[in-house]
Design a binder for this molecule. Structure first.
Ligand code: AMP
Ligand code: ZN
Length: 117
């Protein structure tokens, strides 16, 4: 159910400490950890601890939590000393979403092409 931990959700398991992750930042409502398959020198995922399946459901269901996630992306960029970085929310399989728990990718530390592929 939206907002509650889901049994088969990888990121809910990371929040619960059942699967290890390299955590770089934590707040009461958010968690940031390094992507296991980094696409840039800095590639951190920022998630709400509560389960929402994508960014739109998060924004609709918990606007303050969505703001917390965005604030955490900037905090991660500051921690990583990134002047420029990209925040990506993939939504839907066609856009590359593979984990159905809302997450922001924070990418930086190299030149980032625009438009992206
Ligand atoms: P997306 O494809 O946008 O849904 O992003 C999911 C991301 O989660 C991918 O970039 C994966 O590399 C990453 N990922 C999958 N499993 C783990 C894990 N156990 N720890 C950290 N990142 C993971
Ligand atoms: Zn989840």
């Amino acid at each position: 159910m939206t907002g509650e931990a889901e049994n088969d959700c990888l990121f809910c398991k990371i929040v619960a400490g059942q699967i290890p992750a390299t955590i770089v930042r934590e707040t009461e409502t958010t968690l940031a950890f390094r992507d296991i398959n980094p696409q840039a020198p800095t590639h951190v995922l920022v998630i709400p601890k509560a389960h929402y399946k994508n960014a739109a459901e998060l924004a609709a269901g918990a606007p303050q939590l969505a703001a917390d996630v965005l604030a955490a992306t900037q905090a991660v960029a500051d921690d990583e000393k990134l002047d420029s970085y990209r925040t990506v929310f993939n939504t839907g399989a066609g856009a590359g979403q593979t984990v159905w728990h809302a997450h922001a990718h924070v990418l930086g530390g190299r030149g980032l092409e625009w438009p992206p592929g």
